[in-house]
Design a protein around this ligand. Structure first.
Ligand code: PLP
Length: 455
């Protein structure tokens, strides 16, 4: 029989996958490979340290049967620890911040863990900060183990023992550049140290969100005031024990916008469905690879799966709300679906055989200044309030005439997938465009709807 003794044996040995379409799109000559940590059983790079820190605690006698694991986590370390706890029969309590996606919270609960959520605005050292809360709970809970992933030597050691050797083996020692993010620093410090021991010329590059302290700290030794960013699991407010700056050659800052849009591109153009930190890392990998020739071999970490972020940056609505969507991804349907709250969603229209008075009444009631004329779900004309009123001033009897007699040409019709750029150019010449989906007019976009996008 061919089987694993338990799910933990399936952790590690993640494959390298070559990037093809995006390297071509960005004019990159170097070979770029994704190390697919999202294929671990808990779908992240942090499964590795979940097992290694628990192995250590069992060996040292810190964790005894029936014990409780308590950790501060952005979710993925919790998932790695919870998998281990499920297999070995421990209880888990994880302390998270309110920045963590609801998907990761539900996943942790499904694995049997209890979760405590702290405000992400709490400053490090304050009693309601998530790390301070985890420490306090571990002191109050008998027979508990607080791994402290930010300082536990088994975190980088797991990557030194496994991630580094796997990359060296799978590239046959040809790797020239390794790119990772820095959360606890375990991945980059452990993997980077192993690779540099094998070949000191290998460059180790950290990709970090703007707002995190790592880049200024590495470049100047100075710790600036951090500012908020949206990518989860990476960057810090303060230096951490496991982030060994001496292993890292360079840190590159990346914006939320670039991280999320590149993570989305990895899904769409390579089929690699990943989280936002992978987008940050891939952005760093592209910066590094841009100046390299075909002999260079760049390996970057795919930290976790996109499934953890379906309600966040993998949702067009969320991206639009945060003003992060690239204009070419904004489509006619998306604008119509997410029109400003409070505006009516149902399309307001008139028929060509209704009297003009009915159009005047509809425009007055709904506050619109133009209205499409539809017949059998197709657009046959349009009316603009100002022009109708001017005609009525001249001839009031027109109120009883059919709309067909005074209507103007139809607003331009676009299909549901039309991009914002195309819609904007049509709105130069017409006050509105109509959306057609499955041969039916389903919506209208006006100039003010586009202005509301604030892009
Ligand atoms: C989504 C995600 N990406 C990247 C990282 C960074 O890994 P490390 O803590 O090894 O620096 C984490 C860490 O929690 C994470 O959750």
């Amino acid at each position: 029989m061919n089987f694993y003794n338990n799910i933990l044996e399936r952790i590690g040995n993640s494959p390298l996958v070559k990037i093809n379409n995006l390297t071509k799109q960005y004019g990159i000559k170097a070979q770029v490979f994704a190390k697919m940590e999202s294929l671990n059983p808990g779908y992240s790079v942090k499964d590795r340290i979940g097992v290694s820190m628990v192995d250590w605690a069992e060996k040292e006698g810190v964790l005894k049967p029936g014990g409780t694991i308590i950790e501060a986590t952005s979710g993925n370390t919790g998932i790695g620890l919870a998998l281990t706890a499920a297999v070995r029969g421990y209880r888990c309590i994880f302390v998270l911040t309110d920045k963590v996606s609801v998907e990761k919270m539900r996943y942790l609960k499904s694995l049997g863990a209890d979760i405590v959520v702290c405000p992400s605005a709490a400053k490090p050292g304050s009693p309601d900060h998530y790390v301070a809360t985890a420490k306090r709970l571990s002191l109050e809970t008998p027979n508990s183990f607080y791994p402290d992933q930010y300082n536990h030597p088994e975190n980088p050691a797991a990557h030194y023992r496994t991630t580094g050797p796997e990359i060296w083996r799978d590239t046959e020692g040809k790797i020239t550049h390794f790119v990772a993010s820095i959360g606890t620093g375990g991945t980059i410090s452990g993997t980077g140290r192993y690779l540099k021991e094998m070949n000191p010329d290998i460059k180790v590059i950290g990709a970090d969100p703007y707002g995190s302290i790592f880049k200024p700290y590495k470049d100047s030794g100075h710790v600036p005031e951090p500012t908020p960013y949206l990518v989860e699991g990476i960057g810090q407010n303060l230096p951490v024990g496991n982030a060994d700056m001496s292993v890292i050659d360079e840190i590159i800052n990346i914006t939320d916008r670039e991280s999320f849009n590149l993570a989305r591109e990895l899904s769409r153009k390579e089929g690699i469905f990943c989280g936002g930190s992978t987008g940050t890392i891939f952005a760093g990998a592209l910066r590094v690879a841009k100046d390299l020739d075909e002999n260079a071999v760049v390996v970057f970490i795919v930290c976790d799966t996109g499934e953890h972020y379906l309600t966040k940056f993998h949702s067009d609505e969320w991206m639009k709300e945060k003003l992060l969507l690239e204009p070419q991804t904004i489509t006619a349907n998306l604008i119509a679906e997410t029109k400003q709250a409070g505006s009516p969603n149902d399309l307001i229209f008139v028929g060509p055989d209704e009297p003009v008075s009915s159009a005047v009444a509809k425009m007055g009631e709904s506050g619109v200044t133009q209205i499409p004329v539809l017949e059998n779900d197709a657009s046959v004309g349009s009316l603009r309030e100002s022009r109708v009123l001017t005609r009525l001033l001249e001839d009031r009897d027109l109120l009883n005439a059919p709309i067909r007699d005074i209507m103007e040409e139809s607003f331009p019709v676009v299909d549901a997938g039309t991009s914002l750029d195309k819609i904007k150019s049509k709105l130069q010449r017409s006050p509105a465009v109509l959306i057609e989906d499955f041969k039916r007019i389903t919506g209208i976009i006006t100039r003010s709807d586009v202005l509301d996008l604030q892009q």
